[in-house]
Design a binder for this molecule. Structure first.
Ligand SMILES: NC(=O)c1ccc[n+]([C@@H]2O[C@H](COP(=O)([O-])OP(=O)(O)OC[C@H]3O[C@@H](n4cnc5c(N)ncnc54)[C@H](OP(=O)(O)O)[C@@H]3O)[C@@H](O)[C@H]2O)c1
Length: 331
């Protein structure tokens, strides 16, 4: 069956302007770090992507190394696009990819060199069967490569037409200022910063968000649910097939401490009083800051996807709710 997206797909999503650019991003974007690789169920991945688009999620975030195995999320995404997003639907999507972490052996498959970034982008385009990505990111700062070189690689990617915009991820406030200035001089303004940000991971509040406001960059917050901890799923043990249960999981069992669970229980109670799930409250809590362009979720099922998008039904907070949340997070 050929997928036909619903004509109502733009009716309920919120679109925010990304910094000072012409680009709008959905308030909720979907990332393919996990659940879309060769070890995962292809039909499930396909369903998640099609349903996401039906609900107005136009932005899908990838990286060269997403899988597992590395590269296979891009391969599967390419297959799903080719099969389902036919005609001019590519023009309704914002697709990003990145390079910066280890991807292939030897001295040229990791870091921030021009050599690595530009050959990696070519590989990503091949895997996704695309002519261009919308956003190409430096996935992380590399202390051993001059930042000028990394930014020149992003500039080249944009000038060559293989990417439409340049982005950076996990750069600290000072590194961000420097990178933004270099890109500005090169004539390719930096579009967006992608930092980790959730109720449990708040480093961006110590300077980065101010820099992004000052420099008019968009901000897309990754791991907004702290990889699943900011949901009710770990309240009664470690469910089978959950991220924390997987071998070599990025969410460690040692992260799910009794202190964390106590916080999750208290937050879950506030969410219940707001008539929303904890996942929904955690997403809404990020979106209350107007400097956040988009919240970049992950999902292993269509049900989780719907649950998370429904956070947009209730994004405002009463002052006493915010005070209580702060108190819980400081404990
Ligand atoms: N720039 C970077 O360095 C970087 C690093 C990491 C991630 N990212 C990006 O950010 C995206 C999101 O990261 P993330 O996957 O860690 O985000 P997340 O939203 O914090 O965690 C997603 C996981 O939480 C669980 N979950 C989601 N919704 C749920 C719900 N409603 N109820 C219960 N459980 C739920 C699922 O885990 P289960 O599998 O247990 O069901 C899901 O896979 C990535 O795909 C990637 O695009 C970027």
């Amino acid at each position: 069956m050929v997928y036909t997206p619903t004509s109502k797909r733009y009716d309920n999503m919120i679109y925010n302007r990304c910094g000072r650019s012409g680009l709008l991003l959905p308030a909720i974007s979907l990332g393919l770090w996990q659940n879309f690789g060769s070890v995962d169920n292809f039909e499930n991945a396909e369903q998640i992507l099609c349903r996401a688009f039906d609900r107005g999620i136009t932005h899908f975030d990838l990286a060269n190394n997403y899988g597992p195995l590395p590269g296979t999320a891009e391969e599967n995404f390419g297959k799903i696009l080719k099969k389902n997003f036919i005609g001019n639907l590519r023009d309704e999507l914002v697709i990003s990819t990145k390079a910066g972490y280890l991807m292939w052996p030897g001295p040229y498959g990791d870091g921030g060199s021009r050599k690595y970034l530009l050959s990696s982008l070519d590989q990503s385009l091949k895997r996704m069967q695309l002519d261009y990505v919308d956003i190409f990111y430096s996935h992380r700062p590399d202390a051993d490569t001059p930042v000028e070189e990394t930014m020149m690689a992003l500039d080249t990617a944009v000038r060559s037409g293989k990417a439409l915009y340049a982005g950076i991820s996990s750069y600290n406030p000072e590194q961000t200022r420097v990178a933004v200035k270099i890109l500005e001089k090169l004539g390719t303004p930096c579009l967006i910063h992608q930092p980790k940000y959730s109720m449990f991971e708040r480093w961006v509040e110590n300077g980065l968000l101010d820099v992004l406001e000052e420099t008019a960059l968009g901000c897309i917050a990754f791991s907004p649910l702290a990889q699943g901890m900011l949901t009710d799923k770990y309240l009664h043990g470690i469910p089978e097939n959950s991220r924390a249960s997987k071998p070599e999981a990025s969410l460690k069992l040692t992260d799910i401490t009794e202190e964390r669970l106590q916080q999750v229980r208290s937050l879950n109670e506030i969410a219940r009083q707001r008539n929303q799930s904890l996942a929904q409250m955690a997403i809404a809590w990020l979106l209350k800051d107007k400097r956040i362009t988009s919240v970049l979720i992950g999902a292993s099922s269509v049900q989780q996807l719907h649950d998370n998008i429904d956070s947009l039904n209730h994004t405002s907070f009463k002052p006493d709710e915010l005070t209580l949340i702060e108190k819980i997070l400081k404990n």
